[in-house]
Design a protein around this ligand. Structure first.
Ligand code: ADP
Length: 333
C-alpha cells in the first residue's frame, strides 16, 4: 500500500483505535456536518426516539467510521458494524437486523457495495422496521415477516453516485464530508501526537499536515513514519527537519505526491502534456487503470495538477511547474 493511500491498511486499523475521536467535541473540522448531526442527535434525544437514518458520503479516510461511532456514543446507543461487501446474502443481513436492540445504531460501511437482495431487505427494515425472511425455495417458498426494533442506520459511502435511488431516499439525513484544510490537519496531528506521547513542534505538524492530501488517515500515518525517523535518526522530536528528512525517505513530496503520482505527471508531460487516455497512462506507469483512476487521479485533479477533457487527461501549468519543466504554449492553467 502506498504511504499516501487514503484507504486503511492493517497498521492503520490498529493505530486508528488509539487516536480516533470518541465524542463529537473531540472532532476537528467538518463544521457543517458536525453542526447538522448535533441538531439531529439532540432533537432525537429530546424526543426519546431514534434519529432518522444517516448517510455519510465522502472519500476514504475523512472520518465516516469515526462519526458513526460518535453517533452511537452521543445517543448512548449500542453499535453494530458491518460493511456492504461483508453482507453476501439477504439472510446474513436479516440475522443482524433481527438481533438489534431498541435504539441501536447499525453502521454499514461501503453501503453501495451491498448485494441487491440484501439491499431490498434493508429498504423495508429502514422504512417499516420489519423484514420478510424467505424460507424454502421454489413454489413452496414462504415469506415470514419479522419485526425489527427501531434502529438508526448509518451508511457510509465513498461513491454516492453508485447508490440506488430507493436506497438514497430512505436516508433522512445526508452528510457530505469535505477534505480538511491544512490547519485542521495540523490540529489533528498535534492531538494524535499528544495521545501517542510523541514530542512534536508546530513546524513539524504544519509540514506533515501540508503533505497529507486533506485526509486525517494519511496525516496520522505520516506522523507515525516521521516519529519512527525521529526516534531512530533524530532526537525523538517530530519537527520540520525530521518531517522533511523522513518524507524524503518515503518519497512523499511537498504537495503530498508519491512516486506513482509523479510518474503519472511525468508520463503526461512526456506526451506533451496530453490529452492522454487512461489506459495509455496506466501502461506508461506500469499500473492498473483502476489504480491510476481511483488512487492517483482524485488528488491530482483536486490539486489542479491535471484536468480531464473528453479526449483524455491533460497536465496543467501547475504540473509542469511542479516537475520543474517549462510548460509549452497553450497549456491549461
Ligand atoms: P473513513 O471511515 O471515512 O474512511 P475514518 O473514520 O476511519 O475514515 O477516519 C480515519 C482516521 O482519521 C480515524 O481513525 C481518526 O483517527 C482520524 N479522523 C478522521 N476524522 C477526524 C476528525 N474530524 N478529527 C480528528 N481525527 C479524525
Amino acid at each position: 500500500d502506498p504511504l499516501v493511500s487514503a484507504w486503511a491498511s492493517d497498521e492503520d486499523a490498529a493505530a486508528d483505535q488509539t487516536v480516533r475521536p470518541k465524542r463529537m467535541s473531540e472532532l476537528i473540522g467538518q463544521h457543517r456536518v458536525r453542526e447538522q448531526l448535533h441538531l439531529l442527535l439532540q432533537s432525537a434525544l429530546r424526543r426519546g426516539s431514534p434519529p432518522d437514518h444517516i448517510l455519510l458520503s465522502g472519500p476514504p479516510g475523512l472520518g465516516k467510521t469515526t462519526m458513526a461511532m460518535i453517533v452511537a456514543a452521543e445517543l448512548g446507543a449500542g453499535l453494530r458494524m458491518t460493511s456492504g461487501p461483508a453482507i453476501e446474502r439477504a439472510g446474513d443481513l436479516a440475522a443482524v437486523l433481527t438481533s438489534l436492540q431498541h435504539g441501536d445504531v447499525l453502521f454499514i460501511d461501503e453501503i453501495h457495495r451491498m448485494a441487491r437482495p440484501a439491499e431490498e431487505l434493508l429498504y423495508s427494515a429502514m422504512e417499516d422496521f420489519r423484514v420478510d425472511v424467505v424460507v424454502g425455495k421454489g413454489p413452496g417458498a414462504t415469506a415470514i415477516p419479522l419485526d425489527v426494533e427501531p434502529f438508526t442506520l448509518v451508511g457510509a459511502t465513498t461513491r454516492s453516485g453508485l447508490l440506488t435511488g430507493p436506497m438514497r431516499d430512505r436516508f433522512g439525513f445526508v452528510g457530505q464530508l469535505e477534505f480538511y484544510e491544512p490547519e485542521e490537519l495540523e490540529q489533528i496531528i498535534t492531538r494524535s501526537a499528544r495521545i501517542l506521547d510523541v514530542p512534536i513542534l508546530e513546524d513539524g505538524a504544519v509540514e506533515i499536515g501540508r503533505r497529507s492530501r486533506g485526509t486525517p488517515r494519511i496525516a496520522n500515518r505520516l506522523l507515525r513514519r516521521v516519529r519512527d525517523y525521529a526516534e531512530v535518526r533524530g532526537n525523538g522530536v517530530v519537527d520540520l527537519k525530521a518531517a522533511r528528512a523522513a518524507l524524503r525517505v518515503y518519497d512523499v513530496d511537498e504537495l503530498g505526491l508519491d512516486r506513482l503520482d509523479r510518474a503519472v505527471l511525468a508520463a503526461l508531460l512526456r506526451h506533451g502534456g496530453g490529452p492522454v487516455g487512461l489506459s495509455t497512462l496506466a501502461v506508461a506507469v506500469g499500473e492498473q487503470p483502476d489504480t491510476v483512476e481511483e488512487v492517483c487521479e482524485p488528488f491530482l485533479l483536486r490539486s489542479g495538477l491535471i484536468a480531464r477533457t473528453p479526449r483524455g487527461r491533460v497536465a496543467t501549468a501547475s504540473a509542469w511547474r511542479h516537475l520543474g519543466i517549462p510548460a509549452p504554449a497553450g497549456t491549461v492553467v
